[in-house]
Ligand binder design. Structure first.
Ligand SMILES: Cc1cc2nc3c(=O)[nH]c(=O)nc-3n(C[C@H](O)[C@H](O)[C@H](O)COP(=O)(O)OP(=O)(O)OC[C@H]3O[C@@H](n4cnc5c(N)ncnc54)[C@H](O)[C@@H]3O)c2cc1C
Length: 413
């Protein structure tokens, strides 16, 4: 069976690899003229690392990433609210990895090239439309941004893994419009700085209106004793502050420094990280409402095209990777339309629940609760929030997002 995968992001490439390994004929179509190592840091959770391990990628991933040992939440005064071990340090069979998105992309791209051959990865192909006719899917592409030149491709199934602005999704939902803006702008940067806490800790400080997130994405320590740290500074700008969704749009460093200037804690120097970044990128935090359906006959959606979500709980890329596994399994056991329906039946409700949870700030709710109840800080945390409340929020989110430890470990082959 020939399957057309539209989009060569983390979702599309993982899907192409997974399908090829299962014996399907795969062609990948990507609108960019070159698949580059773009982006900054990204977290991959143990449930998605399990899938990538089954695809034979774990050894390479361990070389490029940091095994996240713990996740800590603080208030804006740098007081600890919650600390939990992560990945293998928490007893999972698989690690949680903090990686450079570009490095992960290159591992996936090489694996796909080895599996299907470079000539089946068609860059410079922007999908314009797709339609199903008599047991086939016909996709029409414009070539290298030229809207006068079109080519067609034919397959038996088409997977729309073409991101939050998906052309495949737009075809089925033409009136949906632009993504829903949260009112928050994310400022993203990478800086070499002194290792903080365990040297492999992911931290979040503050609350939804102003938050700082940091985690190392390389184990290498340079001659100054520094390591590469990925950071994100969130700022609420209100509903009218939306900006164009462009991963390469640069931000105003002096303005950001003036806002985060006092966030210098004895365990982390946030203004130092902001000041030391070569480039800072700004990006709107947005998502889309869950859809009633993804699959239409032999065509379906996957990854951000299907379920774009706020980057809360480090789940976006991980959920795209989980989609790839279920889609492959479904196609192995049923005819195309039934398989795509089965994939949707499993994955749509799971990801819809995460979209809605992330709008309530997912596991980061604990930071909101503490900021509300103790806006000037606290002497004893448990006077503000009980241990049970803290643990309940963390446990509930893991269940919803599909990485509850016992359930996940039981999937080991
Ligand atoms: C350039 C870039 C940089 C990113 N950087 C970060 C980051 O630093 N940190 C982070 O957490 N997340 C980042 N992300 C987002 C993150 O990778 C995704 O949210 C997540 O991995 C889900 O992946 P996806 O494959 O579903 O979608 P995406 O990663 O968005 O991939 C979709 C792919 O489809 C292609 N495409 C779009 N329209 C068409 C079309 N009509 N025809 C053919 N191809 C099309 C796009 O060029 C893209 O390669 C980035 C995404 C991109 C595209």
């Amino acid at each position: 069976m020939k399957i057309l995968v539209i989009g060569a992001g983390i979702g599309g490439l993982t899907t192409a690899l997974s399908l090829a390994k299962a014996g399907f004929e795969v062609e990948v179509y990507e609108s960019s003229s070159e698949i580059k190592a773009l982006g900054v840091g990204i977290n991959i959770l143990p449930h998605a690392i399990r899938v990538l391990t089954d695809l034979g990628l774990l050894d390479e991933l361990l070389k490029i990433g940091v095994q996240t040992s713990e996740l800590c939440y603080f208030n804006k005064f740098g007081q600890l609210i919650w600390r939990e071990p992560r990945g293998k340090f928490a007893g999972y069979i698989w690690p949680q990895l903090s990686v450079h998105r570009g490095a992960l992309m290159m591992i996936l791209l090489n694996a796909v090239k080895n599996a299907i051959g470079s000539d089946r990865i068609h860059t410079g192909h922007r999908l314009k439309k797709c339609e199903e006719t008599s047991g086939k899917v016909i996709a029409t592409f414009s070539l290298k941004g030229n809207d006068d030149e079109f080519v067609e491709a034919e397959g038996e199934v088409l997977i729309g893994a073409d991101g939050i602005h998906s052309a495949v999704r737009r075809q089925f939902y033409p009136d949906e419009g632009i993504p829903k803006f949260s009112g928050i702008i994310l400022h993203r940067g990478m800086t070499t700085g002194k290792p903080f806490l365990s040297g492999s800790t992911m931290i979040m400080a503050g609350s939804v209106d102003q938050k700082f997130i940091a985690y190392p994405i390389s184990d290498e320590i340079d001659e100054n004793g520094d390591q590469l740290i990925n950071w994100i500074a969130d700022l609420r700008v209100g509903p009218d502050g939306n900006i164009l969704r462009d991963w390469n749009r640069t931000a105003d460093k002096p303005k950001l420094l003036s806002i985060f200037g006092s966030w210098k804690f004895d365990w982390l120097d946030a203004p130092g990280l902001i000041g030391g970044a070569d480039a800072i990128y700004e990006f709107p935090m947005s998502d889309r409402d869950p859809l009633p359906r993804w699959s239409f006959g032999r065509i379906t959606l996957l990854g951000d095209a299907a379920h774009p979500m706020y980057p809360i709980g480090s789940n976006g890329a991980s959920q795209a990777i989980l989609d790839a596994e279920i889609l492959t399994e479904s196609l192995q056991h049923a005819d195309p339309a039934a398989a795509l329906q089965q994939y949707e039946n499993i994955r749509l409700p799971q990801t819809a629940a995460i979209i809605m949870q992330n709008r309530q700030m997912g596991p980061e709710q604990v930071m909101e609760i503490v900021a509300e109840r103790a806006p000037n800080g606290f002497t004893d945390l448990y006077d503000v929030i009980s241990k049970d409340e803290l643990e309940g929020i963390a446990t509930r989110y893991k269940k919803i997002a599909g990485f509850e430890k016992e359930e996940l470990n039981a999937k080991a082959k």
